[in-house]
Design a protein around this ligand. Sequence first.
Ligand code: SFD
Ligand code: AMP
Length: 629
Amino acid sequence: MDLNQFETVIIETDLLILGGGMAACGAAFEAAYWAKKHNMKVTLVDKAAMERSGAVAMGLSAINLYLGLKDGKNTVEDYVNYVKTDLMGIARDDLVANIARHVDSTVHLFEKWGLPIWKDENGKYIHEGRWQIMIHGESYKNIVSEAAKNALKELGSNGQYFERIFITEPILDGDRCIGAAGFSVRDNNFYIFKAKAVLDVMGGAVHIFRPRSVGEGLGRSWYPPFNSGAGAYFTMKAGAEMTCQEVRFVPVRFKDSYGPVGAWFLLFKSKATNARGEDYMVKRASELKKWAPYGTALPTPANLRNYLMLLELEEGNGPIYMRTDDAIKELVANMPDEKDAKRKLKELESEAWEDFLDMTVSQALNWAAHNIMPEENPSEIAACEPYFISSHSGASGAWISGPKDLASDEYFWGYDNMTTIQGLFAAGDASGASSHKFSSGSFTEGRIAAKSAIAFCVDNIQEVAISQETIEELKENILRPLATFEQHKDYANDEDVNPNFIKPKMFMFRLQKIMDEYAGGANVGFKTSKPLLEKGLEFLQYMKEDAVKLAASDLNELMRCWENIHRMWQAESHIRTMLFREETRWPGYYFRTDFPEIKEEWKCFANCRWNPETGEWENYKREIIEMNK
Ligand code: SFD
Ligand code: AMP
């Protein structure tokens, strides 16, 4: 590929929204309202097509965050306590509460835009659990992205969105973020986006750890493989403070195809057992006392539910089963007559299949392929490989300012959701320490962040400037893998094996092997220790040296190269923060064999920062402060 063919396109805007997922759609919707008032430009950039990009690509079968504040059953404080307990005491009350107090209105908007929400005979939402409501959500992302696009279109020439442009790097002016660089994955265009405020909503990180599915199902993962760590990389590379980079999420899912378990546990009241039919949550209840007060609270935190299951597997009591058959029998047994029981059985069968068809189609195929009928057979469940996703039950992401009325002075620095870099905002999976926001909360947080980012633009109206030298430097660096391939491709007769370069797929396998074996991946039972982490870090340094030799034969591979560099940074911050926290706090997510207990002195945030001036990492503790009430 001739690099001289690459055009440099410069786009100028006020607010730049990076990503096109749930948080980005919320941001675009809200930003359009405030931009109209202040005559501001809003530009959104997604690496894929918004209609099906991000985690909600396949759809969802539930909205996991809805408080129903009007009904008076739940309060914002209840939700804050739930989230904090689930994360073993580590959460920012102010951030969780800010989302929780606004989320209901988001859900009502989704319904207005056409999302079908399950209702009972009185027209009330059907709850899966206390905070979760059921939806017919196969087209969830289409509905939400259409509303976001419409909002931008209403701004006329002040609103635009770009699809299939991959963002690689932040652009800085001192301690302020003034834009981003990227490239089109469809044509030879290199992009510079100049902005007064930048909102990073580029999602979580998948395929950093070796997945359970390798050759036979490579690419199959619970969270979308195309969320490859850009969210965290962007803020880290800008020099922003990060939080909870050690808090990965290990979900338990139906084995091999990663089907969701929430509806089974909460809606169908199913139990999970070992191969002997023993309910490990009952059998091992005494283990939970070691992790008090969180272990003895209800519901049991997700990582501890995992942990009890992992103990069963260690003792050789697998496979672990979701007892779908027993759950359905139990629900039907409560019906007064046979006709009702038959109708109920049909209804439950259809709900069970829809749960997968709405959000994890391959799990339905897996059932069909293995002759599984949920009303007749139990199904295997298993702990997945770890993911970085702060919107579900993980917490990693940027350290952001809270809302003025709820945040303590230490947690507030002028604008909601602004990172420690001026003009750089984060939300959804890209912001940390406010878990359990899910799809509705991420959209809501995007709204909060966008409103605040527009306020930043209003307060900082002067134009920003990016020098030609910076642009040329970025272009050369970002397109380097294409140049490397071009230069050396004829040295060997196999494109993938060449001593002069490394292809992104090999690079990814190498990263995943390090993370799996040294940083507590699925294949070592999520266990690690100081010597293992230090060895992993050593191997990561060699990878960093080799990263300059990444090679791409086309635009798609160029994207793969950068995805893996982003992953590598997330991996390094993860290892460093696990090393820093000398305790085991989330035993079902990772277990430090050298520090096997939870410790009061570590009831704090473990934050980190990559210093762009020195190129060194810093780790430090931050206090957990309750919100102002
Ligand atoms: O079953 C770049 N989620 C669930 N949420 C719920 O409310 N209910 C559920 O039922 C949920 N479950 C679930 C969920 C997700 C998945 C995959 C499954 C099941 C199978 C979680 C939500 O989906 C999640 O919380 C939100 O989507 C998070 O929102 P956000 O905006 O932080 O991330 P995103 O939607 O993935 O969007 C990311 C965007 O960034 C783009 N992007 N753009 C440009 N340049 C780059 N370099 C980029 N890198 C990424 C992406 O294209 C995307 O647009 S259940 O488990 O509980
Ligand atoms: P999941 O399908 O595991 O992503 O779960 C969907 C929702 O149900 C999330 O809010 C989970 O925290 C919650 N959940 C799943 N399983 C359980 C359980 N056994 N007990 C309590 N909450 C659960």
